[in-house]
Write a protein that binds this ligand. Structure first.
Ligand code: ATP
Length: 633
């Protein structure tokens, strides 16, 4: 508000001149003005800065990074400070739920807020003609990064307008907009969006009307009767274009940003917030100081299941009685009275023709949003499962591997597993586990461009540290060499040398599981299921199960798309996870999987009900004779 008070009458007068270009955006009129008009013809940077500083403060919540000329050291520096990739905002709900990702709500957002976030992602997807490439990444509860690459104005407005609705709830105060379009007019549009967003979040405006055609009304700041909405807005628009206009006029700025491009503008000023990425990515070395994690935890599993049998008869893990469910949207009844009881230590297989309701049954058990339960009961470890939210179901020990595992862009497998693992530990009152312990042995002259993953634990290794604009490629260790050689190399190349220890850390828990599944450790560093082959996705599902050690694993067609070797690997891994205290519910079409994972019971589902139950010989019969050969009575 103070900054608004500093707008001088001269500036306001300049802004009301007819020469301004008006632009209408959903009821909001923006105008452009010339630098010379605002600053009395002065081209002197310090004068411009003095005049515009108060205005720049108004758009503090917004960072704009122009990526049209690629990544530079300066941009990277800014990104590194704000880009705490904690959770993908619109990671598919089901996957997130089952791995307890959403349990981070206390840290990041209330459940309702997360839902809101998902709603927005959907809204973006559904906006007319919008091929979703607006990436909204939820960094933490106060930071967002929104990449609106080459979006048309309307699409950007849709996004921004929808953001307005929940930004307040999320208490987001900071937004980073990445501009990938090099044209100055687009940059201008993006910047006006940024201003628009900043004002909305700062509650300078109210809106009326529906989402499609909102009308923005100005709320004059207290104590400033002279303030006029269009004028001030135009001024802000102007001031926000400074970094871009200076760069576009500069012919020499072909590959990197000069310091002029990020002068003492709000864009730089506000990223100096005391954000600490290392707090979140504690496996990363701080660039300038050796780090050694203090805590060395014993990685004990949060899961209740262990290999030793409990005293007494096996307890009932899951009890489903007369379960009925319909498709939420259409009301079509799919489950028409399922009954099933699973004890600890048992493996149940459900087989059945296509469309008989097997997947629906498993999805209803984990609380999939597409279905409504219309009758019956489900007790899991004596608790009413139907009353629990999906993520709670995960916490009490239910895990589901989906038929089509979902991809979670922007979240590495390792991070995902760690988050899910720690979410479960938290739920069990256990402290979080650190990923790795990293010590910098020799700091290279270059700083790390991006987060890295280190696979060779307990070894000396060298890490590439050049800048790279292909953001998704992780940095891999290049060599495994002795320290003197590494040291010389480091001096020569500017690379850094680290010693990594994983003892007692999450890494030491996850790597044997990766090995047992014959997975390449590099999969840990890739985004969850992104670009994975069908078989790799299935293995990855089992890796998640192995890390989370659920009490009841529901495996929906884990054999589909697996080659013979992969099938054996997966089956071996599942068998290795089975203890007298946990159980598995396997949905499959083929008996071959059940040759490797021997079920205690085989059920046949038909038309939304379990119509026959037998032992493994039932699956064999099915293989020989098909469903026609089996009497369902
Ligand atoms: N969300 C939904 N919307 C509409 N129909 C649905 C939905 N979910 C399930 N169905 C319908 O319910 C029936 C059972 O589907 P489900 O996927 O549970 O069968 P399935 O036994 O797992 O089949 P398959 O062996 O082919 O995987 C099908 O007719 C399916 O089209």
């Amino acid at each position: 508000m103070d900054s608004l008070r500093s707008i001088t009458p001269d500036l306001l007068a300049a802004l009301t001149e007819e020469s301004f270009v008006g632009r209408h955006r959903g009821g909001l009129t923006l105008k452009r003005v010339k630098t010379s008009k605002l600053c009395g013809g002065s081209q002197d940077e310090s004068t411009i800065d003095r005049i515009l500083r108060p205005l720049r403060a108004l758009i503090d919540p917004v960072t704009v990074l122009d990526m049209s000329e690629g990544m530079t050291r300066e941009k990277l520096r800014m990104l590194k400070r704000i880009m705490l990739l904690v959770v993908s905002s619109f990671g598919p709900r089901e996957r997130a739920c089952h791995c307890g990702l959403l349990d981070r709500r206390r840290q990041f957002a209330q459940r309702s807020r997360v839902r809101k976030l998902q709603y927005i992602a959907e809204l973006e997807r559904n906006a007319e003609g919008l091929e979703l490439s607006a990436q909204l990444q939820f960094l933490d509860q106060q930071n967002l990064i929104l990449s609106l690459e080459n979006k048309a104005l309307k699409q950007r407005l849709d996004c921004l307008f929808s953001m307005r609705h929940w930004a307040k709830r999320l208490r987001v105060f900071k937004l980073c907009i990445i501009v990938n379009n090099s044209s100055s007019s687009s940059s201008h549009l993006l910047l006006t969006d940024a201003v628009y967003y900043a004002h909305l979040t700062m509650k300078r405006f109210t809106t009326e009307g529906d989402n499609k055609s909102p009308t923005i009304k100005a709320l004059p700041p207290k104590g400033n009767p002279n303030w006029q909405f269009p004028s001030a807005m135009a001024l802000l628009t102007y001031s926000s274009t400074i970094p871009f206009s200076s760069s576009s006029s500069s012919s020499s700025s072909s590959t990197s940003l000069s310091s002029r491009r990020f002068p003492a503008t709000p864009f730089r000023a506000h990223v100096s917030e005391p954000l600490d990425p290392w707090r979140f990515r504690s496996r990363l070395p701080r660039p300038h100081a050796p780090v050694r994690a203090k805590a060395t935890l014993t990685v004990d599993s949060p899961a209740t299941g262990d290999a030793s049998p409990r005293n007494g008869p096996p307890r009932v893990l899951l009890e489903v009685k007369d379960l009925k469910a319909v498709v939420k949207e259409s009301g079509q009844e799919i489950l028409r009275g399922v009954n099933l009881t699973i004890h600890e230590g048992e493996v149940h297989a459900i087989m059945g023709k296509n469309g008989s309701g097997k997947s629906t049954f498993s999805k209803v058990l984990v609380g999939h949003q597409d279905y409504d339960v219309t009758g019956g009961s489900v007790l899991f470890k004596d608790q009413n499962l139907l009353e629990m939210e999906p993520e709670e179901r995960s916490h009490v020990g239910l895990f589901m591997s989906f038929q089509t595992p979902v991809e979670i862009p922007g979240v590495s497998n390792f991070d995902f597993l760690l988050m899910a693992f720690n979410a479960r530990r938290k739920n069990h009152g256990l402290p979080p586990v650190e990923p790795l312990e990293i010590e910098i042995l020799q700091q290279g002259s270059k700083s790390l461009a991006q987060p890295m993953r280190i696979f060779q634990s307990g070894q000396l290794l060298i890490v590439k540290s050049s800048f790279s604009s292909s953001s998704s490629s992780p940095l891999h260790p290049l060599f495994l060499l002795s320290f003197p050689i590494l040291s010389s190399l480091s001096l020569l190349t500017g690379m850094s040398v680290y010693r990594v220890s994983d003892a007692g850390h999450f890494y030491s828990l996850v790597t044997p599981k990766v090995a047992s599944l014959n997975m390449n450790p590099k999969f840990l560093d890739r985004n969850v299921n992104e670009g994975f082959s069908g078989g790799e996705k299935k293995r990855n599902e089992i890796l998640q199960l192995a890390v989370l050690e659920a009490d009841l694993a529901i495996l929906d067609e884990i054999d589909s798309g697996l080659d013979v070797d992969a099938l054996q690997d997966v089956a071996k891994a599942v068998n290795g996870l089975l203890t007298p205290n946990n159980s598995a519910l396997i949905i499959t079409h083929y008996q071959r999987l059940l040759e490797y994972i021997i079920p205690s019971y085989v059920h046949i589902m038909e038309d939304g009900m379990i119509v026959k139950t037998g032992d493994v010989s039932l699956a064999e019969q099915l293989e020989r004779e098909g469903y026609r050969g089996i009497s369902m009575s």
